[in-house]
Design a protein around this ligand. Structure first.
Ligand SMILES: [Fe+2]
Ligand SMILES: [Fe+2]
Length: 523
């Protein structure tokens, strides 16, 4: 048993002596006090476990002392020594919170037996309290682990998943910062994919704390990084930061191969990361490893999907030199409008692919129609107008991820008009997806601001083949807002137009047009 701190409070030196005789042989530590106030002062300074106090002591009675102590140190156990006074009945003493009482006169044997029982009870109570604290801590960590595991399993998108996980880890570990490094085996370096409070860091394999962990595959638990000869303090100095404790773990994939490093920095209470932190982080690192590998694969797939789609769309645009880059520009303008409106990420993703692919159906239009340098006959116009349906046919057979399920509908509706006079279905405003309304504006804006070999889009009149002045383009869009185009979309387009114009100033738009237009749009 650990030694117990016992305070003996009695104004009778003989009783104090008697109490000491019992306590000292048990190898417990004891102090004595002659009155209630002296006892209270000692209690404030020293952490006692048990107090044995006579009920009738000067300055503050034994029960009053117990009541005061309960307010500041409720874990202390009391035994009250009492005479025969009716004022201090056994019931009152116990009800006041004492573990036991001892009636005067008492024998050493009685005192010893009672004290041993209280010491045992006190020990068990403290142990139970400790267990409860540990259980609560464990539950908190378990819940945190489950929450992180849930996040890891439910999201594949790296950029929306890992910053969230990293901030959760910092919080759970009561740390200041966490970084997730990705291992680039080809370049033999680590780089921070997610780092709190700092810019991107690149680190050669084997260098610094993370580099060593990545190379050895072993965890490092460091008390003070600045005391390590291999720690580079310059980075801290530049960022006005002081790295102290560090818990750094390797992240491995399914096959046990290192894919990154998780680094948690500075335990907030200025101590080091303890064993519980290590166990928790190790559990987490294995889940992060699997999710990280999945997310990286997902990123790679997304990238190759995106570049295949871009290539596919470029092949259609490239059929005619004057439409080269049309789909990419329409996409760029559409995304700018959508951001101006405030659409969310999923809508932006759908819009991106719909923009890139909106004219993909032109691949099915005969070249003598598509590339015709002259006015269309009614039959040729009818054939040309089938391209949105051909876009739909192609995209409906395309396997898009579930999150991109609206691409086909958006892309194939880009020639619909809000007054219901568009094609192919003559949809009315409420039936046209917002993305299609956006592409409609971007599409016409790009068509009108592109050099043309023949006016294929004639808005009620034959347009000449020169690049149309911006002011004229804008007046056409404004005039058709509410009939062809959605009014809100045109307004949003006008809102983001200065940014678009500045971006392409001198390249697609003549500088003097741009400056005049920005002036008139912003004045
Ligand atoms: Fe089109
Ligand atoms: Fe188009």
């Amino acid at each position: 048993m650990n030694s117990i701190n016992i305070l003996l409070v009695d104004n009778d030196p003989a009783v104090r002596q008697m109490l000491s005789q019992v306590v000292v042989p048990c190898r417990h530590i004891s102090k004595t006090a002659e009155n209630g106030l002296e006892a209270l002062e000692l209690i404030k300074e020293i952490d006692f476990d048990i107090i044995i106090a006579d009920v009738n002591i000067p300055m503050l009675s034994g029960l009053d002392l117990m009541s005061e102590v309960q307010k500041i140190k409720p874990d202390i156990s009391f035994m009250i020594i009492t005479g025969y006074s009716r004022d201090y009945s056994y019931e009152r003493i116990i009800q006041s919170g004492a573990k036991d009482y001892l009636k005067k006169p008492f024998t050493l044997e009685e005192l010893r037996n009672k004290l041993i029982r209280i010491i045992n009870e006190h020990g068990m109570e403290q142990e139970n309290k400790q267990l409860l604290i540990q259980k609560t801590e464990l539950n908190t960590q378990l819940m945190a682990m489950i929450s992180v595991a849930y996040d890891l399993a439910s999201e594949l998108e790296f950029d929306s998943l890992f910053p969230l996980i990293i901030s959760k880890i910092t919080e759970i570990m009561a740390a200041e910062r966490t970084s997730l490094y990705i291992l680039d085996r080809n370049k033999k370096e680590l780089w921070t994919r997610v780092a709190e409070g700092v810019d991107k860091i690149r680190l050669p394999l084997g260098k610094g704390i993370s580099g060593r962990v990545a190379e050895s595959g072993e965890m490092l638990n460091i008390v003070d990084a600045w005391k390590l000869p291999y720690f580079n303090k310059e980075f801290d100095k530049k960022n006005n930061f002081r790295t102290r404790s560090v818990l750094c773990l390797p992240i491995k994939n399914h096959g046990g191969e290192g894919v990154g490093v998780l680094q948690v920095i500075n335990k907030k209470d200025n101590t080091r990361f303890n064993e519980k932190d290590e166990v928790f982080c190790k559990g987490l690192a294995s889940q992060v490893g699997i999710a990280l590998e999945n997310a990286l694969l997902h990123d790679e797939l997304k990238l190759s999907f995106k570049s295949s789609i871009q290539t596919l769309s470029a092949t259609v645009d490239a059929k005619h030199p004057l439409t080269a880059g049309h789909s990419l520009r329409v996409t760029e303008y559409s995304i700018a409008i959508a951001k101006e409106i405030g659409l969310g990420k999923k809508e932006l993703d759908n819009l991106y692919y719909a923009g890139i692919l909106h004219d993909i159906g032109k691949i099915g239009i005969r070249d003598d129609v598509l590339l015709k340098n002259g006015p269309f006959t009614p039959e040729e116009r009818a054939e040309m107008n089938t391209h949105p349906l051909k876009t739909k046919d192609i995209l409906d057979n395309f396997h898009f991820p579930r999150t991109l399920r609206h691409v086909s509908k958006i892309a194939s509706s880009h020639h619909e008009k809000v007054n219901g006079k568009g094609y192919p279905l003559g949809l009315k405003s409420g039936q046209i997806p917002m993305g299609a309304k956006i592409i409609a504006v971007a599409d016409v804006f790009d068509a009108l601001t592109s050099p043309r070999d023949y006016p294929k889009y004639a808005f009620g009149k034959i347009l000449d083949c020169d690049i149309m002045p911006l002011a004229k383009v804008i007046s056409i869009l404004k005039k058709d807002a509410g009939s062809h185009f959605d009014m809100d979309v045109v307004n949003a387009f006008l809102g983001c137009l200065p940014t678009i114009l500045r971006h392409h100033r001198g390249e697609r738009f003549q500088p003097e047009y741009v400056d005049d237009m920005i002036c008139s749009l912003t004045s």
